[in-house]
Design a protein around this ligand. Structure first.
Ligand code: NAP
Ligand code: HSE
Length: 431
């Protein structure tokens, strides 16, 4: 008779519902592949009265998460409740009891990953978190296992579906930012409070996790330079298009001479780059490795079943390991590495200025750039006499110099505002 692996779930919302649906629908095949029956034995939720439309008996639900974590009849803990507290304490408690854990919680892994990896290592059990980065896309396992013998030099990702959906519709339909954000919320891509999406923090958490794995060092979400898409406007998108670029919110992590740089920001990306064709709510991760060369991973980064698919894949891995009393591939022992400040970045920049349309303005603008050692590659004027805009593209310059230039520009009376500053990644990515 097949052995039964008893699953305790912390949370049963969007992702938890997807997990329960897949486990029920694919039960026979999963048993054939695993050699065990996977059974949801207990589920902790906040609202016991809510009808979840799932084929689970009412008796499995509890409002006490400790009944899941401490239950002697639970073999695997699956955390799909989200947030740092109480999830952090619950997962540490499960690991300390020798229970393997599967989680989809990017916020938790991005802030406490290395500590949780150590807790799992000390307990000799698995901690799996494939769903924490880019939903359905297998990327944690490739980074941890398939590329373990290679040297990754750069990871560039479209890691947030909401912002990619917004930027795609703004680019392709000329749609208005606020209107498209409301659509993204109605479609369930954005969080109820979309600040983490549009502010780049969700992508930064995912990028920190990828950087830690790629470069064998501890990168926390707070280490990531983060700029969101809130101020990207129709002129930015039109200029990008005219120059042969699309604007994408990219997470970029690279290692140069043993130092790691991690940043998330809206970027002018050449239309020919494979990531430029990633539209709508899709995610993609482009990896450059010394031996493997260039790799791209593409798919749905969110949603009940896409994310549920990644969680179920992890549960199956963990179950197989339990049956063999083995442990899956773990993260490498983290080595401290210096992090590069964004000030050291050297790239091209696009700058949009709202200006008075009068004699001498261009000279004052040119002086601000020249005084800070930033060389201008292109400049032209747009708009009308009453609302004139200057568009500038620089040659490659240091971020610190560009920032000093912006400070100088802000002090010029005839410049009404510095409307946009965006990084331009030309043929090769900057480090
Ligand atoms: P969700 O729909 O809000 O579900 C959260 C679940 O956790 C709910 O069932 C809730 O109970 C339960 N819960 C929350 N706090 C609890 C507590 N203190 N005690 C007991 N139960 C508690 O969230 P979700 O979208 O499924 O996301 C879950 C996790 O997956 C998050 O870490 C998220 O970042 C990650 N993730 C989500 C997606 C996605 O597409 N949604 C994609 C990738 C990763 P009630 O139902 O009773 O309120
Ligand atoms: N709000 C997230 C996104 C969900 O838009 O990608 C998945 O993490």
């Amino acid at each position: 008779m097949d052995r039964v692996i008893r699953i305790g779930m912390l949370g049963c919302g969007t992702v938890g519902g997807g997990v329960a649906t897949i486990l029920a629908r694919e039960a026979d095949d999963i048993t054939a592949r695993t050699g065990a029956k996977l059974e949801i034995t207990r589920v902790a939720v906040r609202d016991l009265a809510r009808d979840r439309g799932l084929d689970l008996p009412a008796s499995v639900f509890t409002s006490d998460p400790l009944e899941v974590v401490d239950g002697e009849d639970i073999d695997v803990v699956v955390e799909v409740m989200g947030g740092r507290a109480p999830a952090s304490d619950l997962l540490r408690r499960a690991l300390a009891q020798g229970k393997p854990v599967v989680t989809a919680n990017k916020e938790l892994v991005a802030h406490e990953g290395p500590e949780l990896y150590d807790a799992a290592r000390s307990a000799g059990v698995d901690l799996a978190y494939e769903a924490a980065v880019a939903g359905a896309i297998p990327i944690i396992k490739p980074m941890k296992e398939s590329l373990a013998g290679d040297r990754v030099s750069r990871v560039v990702g479209i890691l947030n579906g909401t912002t990619n959906y917004i930027l795609t519709r703004m680019s392709e339909e000329g749609a208005d930012y606020a209107e498209v954000l409301a659509d993204a919320q109605a479609l369930g891509y954005a969080e109820a409070d979309p600040t983490a999406d549009v502010g780049g923090h969700d992508a930064a958490a995912k990028c920190a996790i990828l950087a830690s794995l790629a470069f064998d060092t501890a990168v926390h979400a707070d280490d990531v330079f983060t700029q969101g898409i809130e101020t990207v406007n129709a002129t930015d998108i039109r200029v990008a298009d005219r120059l042969g670029y699309v604007i994408k919110l990219l997470g970029i992590a690279s290692e140069v001479d043993g130092r790691v740089g991690v940043r998330v920001h809206p970027t002018f990306l050449p239309k020919e780059h494979p990531l430029a064709s990633v539209r709508g709510s899709f995610n993609a991760i482009y990896v450059e490795a010394e031996a493997a060369g260039e790799l791209m991973f593409y798919g749905r980064g969110a949603g009940a079943e896409p994310t549920g698919s990644a969680v179920v894949g992890d549960i199956i891995d963990v179950a197989r390991n339990l049956l063999q009393t083995a442990r899956g591939a773990a993260e490498s022992q983290h080595r401290p590495k210096d992090l590069r400040s964004i000030d050291e970045l050297r790239t091209q920049y696009y700058v949009l200025l709202d200006v008075e349309d009068q004699a001498g303005v261009l000279a004052e603008v040119a002086r601000a750039f020249g005084d800070n050692g930033v060389s201008i590659a292109q400049v032209w004027q747009e708009g009308t006499r009453s609302s004139a805009q200057l568009v500038l593209i620089t040659h490659r310059a240091r971020e610190a110099a560009l920032r000093a230039t912006v400070d100088s520009l802000a002090a010029v009376d005839s410049i009404r505002s510095v409307a946009s500053v965006l990084r331009v990644e030309a043929e090769v990515f900057s480090s």
